[in-house]
Design a protein around this ligand. Structure first.
Ligand code: 13P
Length: 275
């Protein structure tokens, strides 16, 4: 069933697990993730990057996610990931998102608060929870910042903006790591104690299982996986025989591989049988 960000994350807070948030790009990645969620009886967040809402893809992918969520017998939140601005946020709301992220983490603290709060006010008018970002989480192509989000700043940010969820910088980055990251587990625990917002770990692909488990134990409630959804899909596409012409048949193994990837992460985060 289609579920809001607040409701899905409160399941995680009550049950001491993290909801996996998978980035999707097309019908087949949605199908793989949905099948994983249903097979594991798990709540799942299906999200798409802001770019898909800047360009045309979001218009086409959104109804697919909504159709899947409405058919599912587990809670599914449809979330805008790293919303760049008001255009993307408005489109996501119009196209049915039940969770919104606004990412103003490259601005200074006060500007980040101001612009995030504008989006929280907009979204709360239609009952949608918002994820903000404090402490910029960059890409693996840059040097991974060692400047972690401070607990006292997180507390003020959450109080001043009213965000439901907060992405924090604790040692991760987006993309394929050159070297396995080591997370700031103590800092996660400190921030979790300081604020009521659900804490979000970005850059989940390639983080060692033990680090993920420790992060969940310390209070992370949503973990994003993007790059490895792409690899699980594309690796199979490149292996599939070119003799298969019918696209639905060509895609079957790729969907199955996304499902397999999804099931692994659902179990790792302790989200199985939590629907
Ligand atoms: P990865 O692509 O590194 O898994 O990060 C995904 C993410 O954090 C999306 O916001």
């Amino acid at each position: 069933m289609l579920t809001g960000l607040k409701d899905i994350l409160s399941l995680a807070e009550k049950g001491n697990f993290a909801v996996p948030a998978f980035n999707v790009y097309n019908m087949e990645t949605v199908m793989g993730i949905m099948e994983a969620a249903e097979a594991e009886h798990a709540p799942v967040i299906i999200q798409s990057y802001s770019r898909l809402f800047t360009n045309k893809e979001g218009y086409f992918v959104s109804p697919i996610v909504l159709a899947a969520a409405k058919k599912a017998n587990v809670p599914i939140c449809f979330h805008l990931d790293h919303g760049a601005g008001i255009t993307e946020v408005t489109r996501a709301l119009r196209w049915g998102a039940t969770g919104i992220m606004i990412d103003k983490s490259t601005l200074d603290f006060e500007d980040n608060i101001r612009e995030t709060k504008t989006v929280v006010d907009m979204c709360s008018a239609v009952g949608i929870g918002v994820e903000g970002e404090l402490g910029h989480i960059g890409s693996v192509s840059e040097e991974i910042s060692q400047v972690y989000t401070e607990a006292k700043d997180a507390k003020k940010f959450v109080e001043d903006t009213g965000v439901t969820a907060l992405a924090v910088m604790v040692g991760t980055a987006h993309g394929r790591y050159k070297k396995a990251p080591k997370l700031g587990i103590d800092r996660i625990a400190e921030i979790h104690k300081a604020t009521d917002a659900a804490l979000v770990l970005h850059g989940g692909s390639g983080v060692p299982d033990e680090e993920i488990k420790a992060a969940v134990k310390a209070g992370i409630r949503k973990i994003n996986f993007g790059t490895d959804v792409c690899y699980s899909f594309l690796d199979k596409v490149f292996e599939t025989s070119r003799d298969l012409i019918a696209i639905d048949l060509f895609m079957k193994d790729a969907i199955e591989n996304v499902k397999k990837f999804g099931i692994g992460k659902i179990r790792l985060l302790g989200a199985e049988n939590k629907a």
